[in-house]
Design a protein around this ligand. Structure first.
Ligand SMILES: Nc1ncnc2c1ncn2[C@@H]1O[C@H](COP(=O)(O)OP(=O)(O)O)[C@@H](O)[C@H]1O
Ligand SMILES: [Mg+2]
Length: 360
């Protein structure tokens, strides 16, 4: 039996480049080489596709130093043409003999230019099956303002918000939200550009910070709730299934689950399962599947919630390509549900092949 050719796509142009590298290192380490022929493809911060070393160790965070794609690899491109049958080499010089068609792509990219439908659009054009959500769901989940409109249309409660565009006046609806508020880029991730504002005097600086990442920012009412996350994974026929949920508790000095707390400091604890009653856990899992379906997600997603003491549950966001290291929430929640990291990778690849490309 010939091995399946899997291209692992990582790095990318967004501010989450390094986190994508870390996720990719773990997936490269987990792919069973007896069954998969693995082609690691890095995307540099300026968007060049390069053949990368198959070396998971080089993609880890070491001494707070973040990994990045080595830009010196052979330049590649995937033409958006299904008759071209795979990758082409852009650089002159040595051409790897085995480069060409791939059976499936694992786009382990976070943030804009990767998790937002752009790469998914290219893969659709090229006719190459890929792991995870398609163009629409990827784009919708990347843009928090649009995501929240779809939540509202599906009757899913989410914190109130107002959109503030760069260079345009702050709409009066912002102050109606009441303090504190969270100010965030509409299209970013890993808590980049997010500020908690306790005093309106700090609003402009917070908006400027969010606008550094995205000219479209969101101001959101702060919800005093526990942060609960739930993984969703497509079953054999594509029907979404919810994982064991988890609680994220920030135990360091951070005011919220910010970038430092997420990746650098030993400042976060995860409770899997969370210390919640069965009824609440059941509601969280049902809402996770509802959110997944409301946004037309495919393959996998991590749905994040705020669970309040009075029993209210808000959906914060859906991540179509959640952090994917063995230490990340998504794989850990599935491990608690009995699906190991290598099994998770296998299931996602199988699901991508089952769906294929095109309207579905
Ligand atoms: N409305 C809110 N109420 C309370 N905390 C919030 C709110 N919005 C964001 N946060 C905090 O900021 C973190 C990151 O915000 P989030 O919207 O999830 O952005 P990202 O896509 O960068 O993860 C959350 O995990 C939470 O700790
Ligand atoms: Mg988040």
């Amino acid at each position: 039996m010939s091995r399946l050719r899997v291209a692992v796509l990582f790095g990318g142009r967004s501010s989450e480049h390094a986190i994508s590298c870390v996720s990719a290192g773990s997936v490269l380490a987990a792919l069973d080489r007896d069954r998969y022929d693995v082609l690691p493809i890095g995307i540099t911060p300026d968007g060049r596709w390069v053949l990368a070393a198959d070396d998971p160790a080089s993609l880890a965070i070491r001494d707070r130093a973040l990994p990045a794609v080595d830009p010196t690899g052979t330049g590649l491109a995937l033409p958006g043409d299904p008759t071209a049958k795979g990758l082409v080499v852009l650089d002159a010089g040595e051409v790897p003999a085995d480069l060409g068609a791939v059976d499936v792509v694992f786009p382990l990219l976070h943030g804009p230019y990767g998790e937002d439908g752009t790469v998914q659009g290219l893969l659709e054009l090229a006719g190459v099956p890929y792991v995870g959500s398609g163009v629409f769901a990827s784009a919708a989940c990347m843009d928090k303002a649009q995501m929240k409109r779809l939540f509202a249309a599906a009757g899913l409660p989410s914190p109130r918000y107002a959109v503030v565009r760069s260079g345009r006046p702050v709409p009066p609806a912002v102050r109606d939200l009441g303090l504190p508020v969270f100010v965030k880029p509409s299209r970013a991730g890993s808590s980049m550009g997010i500020t908690k504002v306790d005093d309106w005097a700090d609003l402009d600086a917070a908006l400027a910070e969010a606008h550094r990442h995205d000219p479209k920012a969101l101001v959101e009412e702060a919800v005093a709730g526990r942060e609960i996350e739930c993984g969703v994974l497509a079953g054999l026929d594509g029907t979404p299934e919810a994982s064991v949920p988890a609680e994220v508790r920030v135990t360091g000095g951070q005011a919220f689950y910010d970038f430092e707390a997420k990746y650098l400091d030993d400042a976060t604890e995860f409770d899997i399962p969370p210390d919640l009653d069965d009824e609440t856990v059941g509601r969280v899992r049902a809402l996770a599947v509802e959110a997944f379906e409301a946004l037309d997600c495919e393959g996998l997603a991590r749905v994040d919630f705020f669970v309040c003491a009075d029993g209210r549950i808000f959906v914060n966001e859906v991540n179509t390509m959640p952090g994917f290291t063995p230490a990340s929430m998504f794989p850990r929640m599935w491990a608690a549900a009995g699906v190991s990291y290598p099994q998770l990778v296998d299931r996602l690849i199988r699901d991508a092949l089952r769906r294929g490309t095109g309207l579905r």
